[in-house]
Design a protein around this ligand. Sequence first.
Ligand code: NAD
Length: 317
Amino acid sequence: MNTDRRKVVLIGTGMVGMSFAYALVNQGGVCNELVLIDVNKTRANGEAMDLNHGLAFAKSNMKIYAGEYHDCKDADIIVIAAGVAQKEGESRLDLLQRNTEVFRSIITPVIKSGFDGIFLVATNPVDIMTRVTYELSRFGASRVIGTGTSLDTARLRYLLGDYLTVDPRNIHAYVIGEHGDSEFVPFSQVMLATKPVLKIIEDERNTYSMDDMKQIEEQVRTAAYKIIEAKKATYYGIGMALARIVKAILGDENSVLTVSAKLCGEYGERNVFIGVPTIIGRNGVKEIVELDLTEEEKEKFRASVKVLNENFEGLTL
Ligand code: NAD
């Protein structure tokens, strides 16, 4: 992989894709070349023009242009945020099948270009689409990553920080499982600094309660529905999550992020792509962190894996 030049190709220049691109430009220094690809070339061209016109105000310079699949050849990361919207009366599985066809039309030319970097997927249902990317690309599992529960985890840390009146950066907590209805918070693993939150609840019974914690978990799980109800789609948060993951990869940070990664025996599961705390560096997944879950939490995790496996098995690849 190239080390002196950092090139990212974004496929799908809709709301999520462009929120990511905008975050990259504003954060500055993450990469120095950004290529925009969309089936709607006019849109990709317009987005490239618009972003370029902001460069004079940006922290650092970047080469931004609307490109073609052959531009993927020497890219470090391909970010996929392309997808089709659910049609009226369409089932979730039918939508999944149509998005699989969209991914086939993307991944085939990407591979043909000679691309040899890392795939990062945001398209929903993200865990399944990441697994589809893995199957279609035949890349090693460490080089295929989905955004997983990274945004959900950020939401959780913010809400817990607010509840406990502590900087969210000092809250160590993860949302794990499917990015969807079966995701959950393993509360046995939630820490304020190095103090377990369950111990804080026990010590300060008059101030904090498990009921409040459960409510926070529910707020995280339903956040996307609430935002969609209010403004039809969610994009800034996921755009920033994508930028964070790209930064961790290109900066070889070895940061822990709850991305969707392939399990190879961790948590007693195999083959499934699911949101778990993962160490992310220059070569993608360095290691999956296996949390010490309680029996009840293990059961929730197994249920989430089941949902994902059932959805994947319904697909024709
Ligand atoms: P959007 O409709 O604004 O953008 C989708 C883009 O994909 C469009 O520009 C479209 O032209 C393009 N596209 C469609 N087919 C294509 C193809 N074959 N090749 C190239 N480009 C193609 O949608 P959005 O709001 O940006 O959402 C994109 C995806 O991100 C959706 O699947 C959405 O559910 C998902 N999403 C994920 C998360 C997360 O946490 N992972 C959060 C929010 C949204």
